[in-house]
Design a protein around this ligand. Structure first.
Ligand code: PLP
Length: 382
């Protein structure tokens, strides 16, 4: 349990809460939780199903057949990847569910899991729960935030059972070219390990960029799965649903484990997901455009204060170099105390996150503009 403590997240949230209870105006850019509601047609599908008295029973762990079919056609349409709806798709109670349980299916104590650093915390917690040995793959700006596959030793590769990847990335907002996925498939085939690509931000993309599915690379389905979440794409974070797709054997193992832990996703939530995935995708386009505008307000505004932050092509985050000579934690605390802006220090995502902070684009443009003014006033005085 000690390994599962995220002391920095808790510390930062305590500091933020303390300021809020002092009556101070805090601009919260720390949590990656969407600030907008789902589209009306999604909420309507949920309410209609909730009002159906017949729909309160257990559901199939895998997901109802119509949901699985809708996921298969969403995948074909978005990524040109064909999936067998009965054997290559499994619904999840959010992608976190899949990330938490996958290692238990694939890893014996002592086996290696390759985990990105910095990375979303469950990438470490899931393997830890399974007793795995974690080997961190540093993601550095010099290598476009891609792991250096050549730097992983032969010994580690021979003991590896699972590699976790995530592009577009949280917290780095980095993207991966298809050639990188091809190299990963090659390596995974050579050393017989499974690859899990977390694709939670596939739709939050800017400036015309479209990411490739990991499964679109030849051979990927023989070694890999991809995880999706409706939390960010359709603003459904509390309405827990996501899905795993890809290698039939891995999907079967995940399903076998999950059927011993929980039952399926509540029927109305599945109906909401069907409405989201099969309905008009204009809400997704509008959402991505909104995050893009927020990105521009912050990046362009902060640039005028002398704080230069790269403009990401995707996700809902900025990965910002610390503009002072402080650690990421010290800077984050100072920023909160002097400007009332809450962000997350990069170190919270792993040792390689030092030197950066993660800024979540989860406030409207006027609040972000207000944040820029506060930063400008503060940095001027330093
Ligand atoms: C990269 C990444 N993967 C997975 C998740 C979990 O999402 P879900 O709500 O689908 O469990 C998040 C949530 O922030 C995330 O950022």
């Amino acid at each position: 349990m000690n390994g599962l403590m995220s002391a920095i997240f808790t510390q930062m949230d305590d500091l933020r809460q303390a300021r809020v209870s002092e009556g101070k105006d805090v601009i919260t850019l720390s949590i990656g939780s969407p600030d907008m509601p789902p589209a009306k047609h999604i909420m309507r599908a949920l309410t209609e199903a909730v009002n159906d008295a017949e729909r309160y029973g257990y559901t199939l762990s895998k997901g109802n057949a119509d949901l699985l079919d809708v996921i298969a056609s969403w995948y074909r349409h978005k990524f040109n990847v064909c999936l067998d709806a009965r054997n290559e798709i499994h619904s999840l109670m959010g992608s976190q569910d899949g990330l938490a349980h996958l290692s238990l299916c694939l890893v014996n104590p002592g086996d290696v899991v390759l985990v990105p650093d910095p990375g979303y915390p469950i990438y470490t917690a899931g393997p830890l729960i399974a007793g795995a040995e974690i080997h961190y793959m540093p993601l550095r700006p010099g290598n476009h935030y891609l792991p250096d596959l050549g730097a992983i030793s032969e010994d580690v590769l021979r003991r590896t059972k699972l590699m976790i990847l995530n592009y577009p990335n949280n917290p780095l907002a980095a993207i991966a070219p298809k050639e990188f996925f091809t190299q990963v498939v090659d390596l995974a085939q050579r050393y017989s390990f499974v690859v899990c690509h977390d694709f939670a931000y596939s739709e939050l993309v800017f400036d015309g960029y479209r990411p490739d599915s990991f499964l679109s690379v030849p051979g990927a389905k023989e070694i890999g799965i991809e995880l999706h979440s409706l939390s960010k794409t359709y603003n459904m974070a509390g309405c827990r649903i996501g899905f795993a797709v890809g290698n039939a054997r891995v999907i079967e193992l995940l399903g076998r484990l999950k059927s011993n832990i929980d039952y399926g996703v509540f029927y109305p939530v599945q109906q909401a997901a069907i409405a989201a995935l099969s309905g008009s995708q204009q809400c997704v386009k509008d959402l991505a455009a909104m995050y893009q505008r927020r990105r521009d307000v912050l990046v362009d505004g902060l640039e005028r204060t002398g704080w230069n932050i790269p403009k990401p092509k995707a996700s809902m985050f900025l990965w910002a170099p610390v503009p002072t000579r402080q650690t990421s934690l010290a800077f984050t605390v100072d920023l909160l105390q002097n400007t009332g802006i809450a962000v997350i220090p990069g170190i919270a995502f792993g040792a390689c996150g030092e030197g950066f902070v993660r800024i979540a684009l989860v406030q409207p443009e006027d609040r972000l503009a207000e944040g820029v003014n506060r930063v400008a006033n503060w940095l001027e005085k330093l």
